[in-house]
Write a protein that binds this ligand. Structure first.
Ligand SMILES: Cc1cc2nc3c(=O)[nH]c(=O)nc-3n(C[C@H](O)[C@H](O)[C@H](O)COP(=O)(O)O)c2cc1C
Length: 227
């Protein structure tokens, strides 16, 4: 596979929820690149994320009709049941989402509005389907949405260290259920350690996604995750 045209920070800025797809299929090279990203995410997070191609039923039901159109490809976010499994799906699954953005696809996390029983997926003992992500070629231009200021996403007081500000700016742009952005990052300035908190429906998936973005934005030097 060639080097991606955009790096991960650019993919974070290019990503918007895309709910309507054209009928252009996902080609074999793109599917292969997605599978490689899925394998990495599954290994890193102990997950069972699965790619489903050319399956129109899961998003065709009444519940999905209002928002989604033409969705025939998706990721099934399968992982261990419970909050830690949900957070891992968000954290490692969002890496696959950003890879899809690099590959030119539109993406949208979906909590509820799909038909789980139509999905040809494997859910092992102790695992659940935490969410799905619609994947495909966008029908039209994507729209950006309102985001909270970074100061509202942390209990820390500005001025922030550079790495912390970059992490918050990347987390600020992540998808969250109903665009609620309930996650918060606390900073211990003595140890440069960062902890995440969250509440609300789908909170742990949102927190995992926000952590994925934070890690990409902050980079690897000068900080670590705290308790
Ligand atoms: C865990 C999760 C569940 C979501 N569930 C739905 C959903 O059921 N239906 C939907 O249309 N969008 C859903 N979304 C997409 C959000 O509404 C969207 O990400 C948010 O409004 C921010 O917009 P953006 O993705 O363009 O930044 C979900 C997002 C997340 C992270």
């Amino acid at each position: 596979m060639n080097t991606p045209a955009m790096d991960l920070n650019q993919a974070i800025r290019a990503r918007h929820a895309v709910r309507r797809h054209t009928d252009q299929p996902i080609d074999a090279a793109t599917a292969q690149a997605l599978r490689e990203a899925i394998d990495q995410a599954n290994a890193a997070g102990g997950l069972a994320l699965q790619l489903v191609l050319d399956e129109p039923k899961a998003f065709a039901g009444l519940r999905a009709m209002g928002q989604f159109r033409g969705v025939r490809n998706y990721l099934a976010m399968v992982g261990p049941a419970g909050e830690a499994g949900a957070e891992a799906c968000g954290r490692h699954g969002e890496r696959v989402v950003l890879r899809a953005v690099q590959l030119g696809l539109g993406t949208c996390w979906v909590g509820l509005t799909y038909n789980k029983r139509a999905m040809p997926i494997l859910i092992g003992p102790g695992q659940v389907l935490h969410a799905a992500v619609a994947l495909g070629h966008a029908e039209g231009p994507a729209h950006s949405h309102k985001v909270k200021p970074i100061e509202a996403l942390t209990s820390a007081t500005p001025p922030f260290p550079d790495w912390f500000r970059r992490g918050l700016e990347a987390a600020q742009l992540g998808p969250s259920a109903m665009n609620q952005q309930r996650f918060r990052f606390d900073l211990d300035p003595e140890t440069n350690s960062v902890s995440g908190r969250v509440g609300g429906p789908y909170g742990h998936i949102d927190l995992g996604i926000a952590k994925c973005h934070f890690e990409i934005g902050a980079g690897t030097e000068g900080w670590r995750w705290g308790p």
